[in-house]
Design a binder for this molecule. Structure first.
Ligand SMILES: *Cc1c(COP(=O)(O)O)cnc(C)c1O
Length: 386
């Protein structure tokens, strides 16, 4: 018996689950995690906070996670308060709750790919119609294009992603303004990578006053190095928080998660201390790849999207097929992400040693490709055909 023999919902038939490979290799740069393990002082604080909860595990946790939401509001600033913040097991769960409350069967969500691959998956999972508004050939998104798509499809929910995964670049604030003005329904700005944005990059948090249908989602999975802790959150009008409470599971956020996240937030200066280092590594990756002649998207995140081929000459870069380059990097112990964009790969910025390993592998692959190209040119000049 297989999945196909089960009476599964038609729209789930033939689909693949989210599945970035979890391989045990020396250099893991494929899921945009923070490469730095938590420092001892934070480990101890989290252990103490979790331990303090253990005797009360016979009781359900605070359903509304008020203390945690208060701490998150304090971290976000912008004069936000606990009633404007909601927390869940990762921003994926937050976005699922938003779709359950504001979209679902008979309604549609609009996004602009390439963007976060979970937006369409969460839409399908909640019975929401998914409409792909696409980005331009350069992966850019203009206000005019976004507004035209909104006018055409009248979506119940619009997903924006800034800085955008997998391209890395933050949205032009004019796009967010235009989308807010044109959208008939909810506008969700996924800011999972906000902490890594280049200086001067605005956050949609500043737009919350006066925009009750705007929701900004954030996560502790990236900058905070808390991916294993599973903590995502949103900031929005208090009525939006009331709405997601209608669909959340009772006691969705365990007492252990709440305690651990609060302890991590209390040590945010230490945890976020790695952000600057990671930004330096990101910029080193961008420069290093450009030096190899490759096209690289500007990045406001902790990852870089790069073309594996420099262009028509074929003598720069390791060569055109991203699946081959992905495998060749893996053979050298470096795991990056094939996001399904022909000719492009995504690499996470981590430690200086990881940057070194990645750039060395890319330099080797490029040199090999150039040798092969030269050999082919020589062979052709000598009248030898392959
Ligand atoms: C990594 C990522 C998230 C994080 O999801 P969590 O469930 O919070 O771990 C959200 N949005 C985008 C665009 C991401 O890349």
């Amino acid at each position: 018996m297989t999945l196909d023999d089960l009476p599964i919902r038609e729209e789930l038939r033939g689909r693949s689950p989210y599945g970035a490979p979890q391989l045990d290799v020396p250099v893991r740069l494929n899921t945009n995690e923070n490469s730095y393990p938590l420092p001892d002082e934070v480990v101890e604080a989290i252990a103490a906070a979790v331990t303090a909860q253990l005797r009360q595990l016979n009781r359900y946790p605070d359903r509304d996670a008020v203390a945690l939401r208060t701490d998150l509001a304090g971290y976000l600033g912008h004069q936000l308060t606990a009633d404007e913040v909601w927390a869940a097991n990762g921003s994926n769960e937050i976005q699922q709750q938003l779709l359950q409350a504001f979209a679902g069967p008979g309604r549609v969500a609009l996004g602009f790919t390439p963007a976060y691959s979970m937006h369409p998956l969460l839409s399908v999972g909640t019975g929401t119609g998914w409409i792909d508004g696409h980005r331009g050939p350069d992966f850019g998104l203009t206000a005019a294009h976004a507004v035209a798509q909104i006018r055409e499809h009248q979506p119940d929910l619009v997903f924006l992603c800034s800085p955008n995964n997998p391209t890395g670049t933050a949205l032009d604030p004019q796009v967010v303004d235009a989308v807010l003005a044109a959208a008939p329904g909810m506008v969700v700005v996924d800011e999972a990578y906000a902490e890594f944005a280049r200086p001067g990059t605005p956050t949609a948090l500043a737009l919350l006053p006066g925009h009750p249908r705007l929701v900004v989602t954030r996560t502790m999975s990236k900058a905070f190095g808390f991916a294993g802790g599973r903590l995502g959150y949103l900031a929005a009008h208090p009525a939006v928080v009331d709405a997601v409470q209608l669909v959340r599971l009772p006691y969705h956020l365990s007492a252990l998660t709440q305690a651990a996240a609060r302890a991590a937030l209390a040590h945010r200066d230490t945890l976020l201390g790695t952000v600057r280092t990671i930004m330096v590594e990101r910029d080193r990756i961008v420069t290093g790849l450009r030096r190899l002649g490759l096209s690289v998207a500007d990045s406001d995140a902790n990852f870089v999207l790069f073309a594996v081929d420099a262009g028509p000459s074929g003598t720069d870069g390791p060569g055109g097929d991203q699946r081959r380059v992905w495998q060749a990097l893996l053979d050298r112990g470096v795991l990056v992400r094939d996001v399904g964009l022909p000719g492009w790969l995504r690499v996470t910025a981590g430690t200086p040693e990881e940057t070194e390993a990645f750039l060395t592998a890319m330099t080797d692959l490029t040199a090999e490709a150039n040798l092969t190209a030269e050999a082919n040119v020589t062979a052709t000049a000598n009248g030898v055909t392959r």
